[in-house]
Design a binder for this molecule. Sequence first.
Ligand code: GLN
Length: 544
Amino acid sequence: MRYIVVSGGVLSGLGKGVTASSIGVLMKSCGLRVTSIKIDPYLNSDAGTMSPFEHGEVFVLDDGGEVDLDLGNYERFLDLNLGRNNNLTTGKVYSKVLEAERRGDYLGKTVQVIPHITDAVMDWIEDVAHQPSDDSGLEPEVCIIELGGTVGDIESAPYVEALRQFQFRIGRENVTFVHVSLVPVMGPVGEQKTKPTQHTVKELMGLGITPDILVCRSSAPLNPETRAKLAAFCHVPEEAVISTHDVPNIYHVPLMLEAQGLCATLGVEVEPNGMLDAWREMAHHLDTLEDEVVIAMVGKYTGLSDAYLSVIKALQHAAMAANRKLRIDWLEASDLEDGSAEDVHSDAWNRLRAANGILVPGGFGHRGVEGKILAANYARTNGVPYFGICLGLQVAAIEFARNVLGMEGSTSTEFDEDCPNPAVIFMPEISTTHLGGTMRLGSRPTLFQVDDCKVKRLYGGLESVDERHRHRYEVNPELIAQLESAGLTFVGKDDTGERCEILELPDHPYFVAVQYHPEFKSRPGRPSPPFLGLILAASGQPLP
Ligand code: GLN
């Protein structure tokens, strides 16, 4: 097992996750089986209880783990299926150690960060690194470990210490330390500044870790003098100074690393397995797309695209497959509501009307819900392609109950516990006392209820599909028969045949909504079927 540890310095947001997953792509293109571990030094047990405002999207895994969005990058880049243990958090490590302390595992000892927490971190890493994470079912050969935060933070200190010790546990030759830093460009001649990188490397070395490779984020390629200076001051050979400069799209990143000899520096060789060629093709294809398709994304964190990262990726995968250049128009759902400022309101409606398709993604809480219902109504009554995900399905059902069945005031009991004829209700099996990790989570089967419908055809005619879930509420089973008799079809249900999973409007170009989150399983080159349906319909192309 070879470990590649990716740490970061200077500031956050340098694309450490993309760098780490791109290194994984290169290792895979060298014929190696790769897995990954993301370390998040916060005290939450998992990302499930954090706001997308602060932390970006909560990514959901097959096993129901609610994890950091970087695990989504790994799954997409490396085509893996990771588990909740691939995301190590301070909350998880401390819980484990504290539980062991109460059991009496350390009886007689003073329990301390060193060695108890650091040992627990090392054990966790070794254990998870050996778990199979792809379809081969075989043990991985390379484990990429990404350390969240920046080196020098109080929070990440125990991890840096654990990783320092780890090189002795497994042998220095089996671990490569990659440090990601920033090279800012200053002044009229665009001087590339090395000082921040010098400082962060000094700090890392002061903590006992000597980097083997420096990855420098910069706007333009590093010039030879900058590279030589960084090598001299940061204790690495020149060929181990790699530049990650701005590129037109993310698929260029593994290619850019390889072009600078990263595989040779890591002592591995690219195999002719076609993997990098496929990346080259995708990078080029995306650069050359011209015909635009505009999708209005009606959400509530629209100023922060990280909050919907996987939805954006899934839209991009689908647009690429449909030969369209994707433009997402972010619409703040509440702007569509009566009562928003007049210019804001009319601008939002103009943009909604100008879009080729409408997507209402998942969400929690009351804010913006009425705007989402209005968007669903507009799409339904004007034949505009609509795709609803999770809350986006629930608002479609509410809209139909209100405006077709005449159930005025109907909504979800999430927003009004006492509303008449609730179209969406709390699921009976969900905890009413604990919010963390208690939703209906992870991979569950959806069984098609009909021989033929748009979504089933998009899924290639399968009788059942496994997709990932994250919700507490569902379409009210008592209303399903009434909704169906008025024309809404519930084409997919869970394995009990009771719970709504997919709804579709037959006499409409594309009015589809799903209770699950198909965005989490979309892959470049293998777009999620209902997303592909939206893009095809929105760009006037025939559906299968
Ligand atoms: N808030 C809704 C529920 O809990 C929708 C959740 C979601 O969109 N992920 O059911």
